[in-house]
Design a binder for this molecule. Sequence first.
Ligand code: ZN
Length: 466
Amino acid sequence: MSPNRSPFRLPYRLLALSAVSALAVVLPARADVPAPPLDPAISAALARVSAEQLRATDERLVAFGTRSTFSEKSRPGRGVFAARSYLAARFREIARSSGGRMTVALDSYLQTADPKKRIPRDVEISSVIATLKGDEPSTRTYVMSSHYDSRNSNNDDGEHDAPGADDNGSATSAVVEAARVLANLPLHATVVFACFDSEEQGLFGSAHYAKSLKDAHVDVEGDLNNDIVGASVGDDGVKRDDVVRIFSEALPPGTDPNRVNVIGGENDSPSRELARFAKETGDAYATGLHGVLIYRADRYLRGGDHESFNAQSFPAIRYVEPVENFNHQHQDVRVENGVQYGDLLQYVDFDYLAKVTRYNVASLATLALAPATPKVTMDTKALTNDTTLTWNSVTGAARYEILRRSTTDPTWTTVEVTVPDAKTANAPSPTQSVTLKYSKDNWLFGVRAVDAQGHRSPAGYPTPVR
Ligand SMILES: [Zn+2]
């Protein structure tokens, strides 16, 4: 075995040695929170996810030679313009099975030269956006995203090959495939399938689109970003095709650190709750994968389009394969000292990519079918040894589950109590309140909304009010 260069490796060494210790590594010690009931319509969508379709899409993307932001003046059939036309055409074809609910558009703008931002000359940036409308009158929206641009060793090189099979042809194929299997599923919230341009130059496509959603006051309640999700074999040669990493930021921008320290809510940002939800839901469906939650925004020296959503205060998480091979990312295709460099199709495991796609679809469909996350407050007006939580009734909710965990637990451990929805129970007020005989000083609480079929929202973490 090669020496451990990353603290992440140790559990996987154990995983390879023993199936029993593997379970101990990835499952919480306590599991009082039952797995969600499986929706047959979601299971049917997962069953339609096809490794062959994913391979066909990724092969088409790689065949454009390069998808560099600066390859726009390339010959016909080559470069980023050809790739975006292909993606838009794929989504338009998929939209035909959506009963008129899916629309396809380019989110385009002219980025002017800024050498400090890896933009040596003016360039048109265009992201491909497919929007599947839900039946709610609200603007509640969930996004599944990838970037479709690629790069080689030179970030400005629009001429030479940059196949980008894994970074990020893998996730772009997953976004197209998720759109294909969900297009005819009736949903309550709106789902956006986004393939961003110019991630490699500095998240330009996603930053433009996330800001446009913010400016339009769209209620974006989550972005599931996928970037480098296709290789199951890491640079140590070990295959791990049953794991996906889930990164999430701690604190949204603008958070007052003094206040967070007093509240003790630094591990309960909306992005963290979305990550916990994604793991719980993805693990429950028969996806053949389990998620490993990583409580940081992204890997060292790397970033991704979820950060553009975080920058607009939208909850967002990033999926990424378990162990990366950096010889296959951001590299000219070449053999050096007997080592193959380059982001080539031969390193993508399409059965693994199909699992990651199913993992996404399980969460995305549940989010869009479940009620919205409740907005919860905690009464801190007086010194008491109990906890009073208050929230407004959420459209579509049949009941609310009050979740509890100790301040040192990473994930929710207990459904403390279930409260019927006030409107359902014919109560006079849509404002609901519950008092628990647990001290708010010693425990963490969350409230999630559940509909009559059992679809759960992510947990809402209470804001203290005096
Ligand atoms: Zn990438």
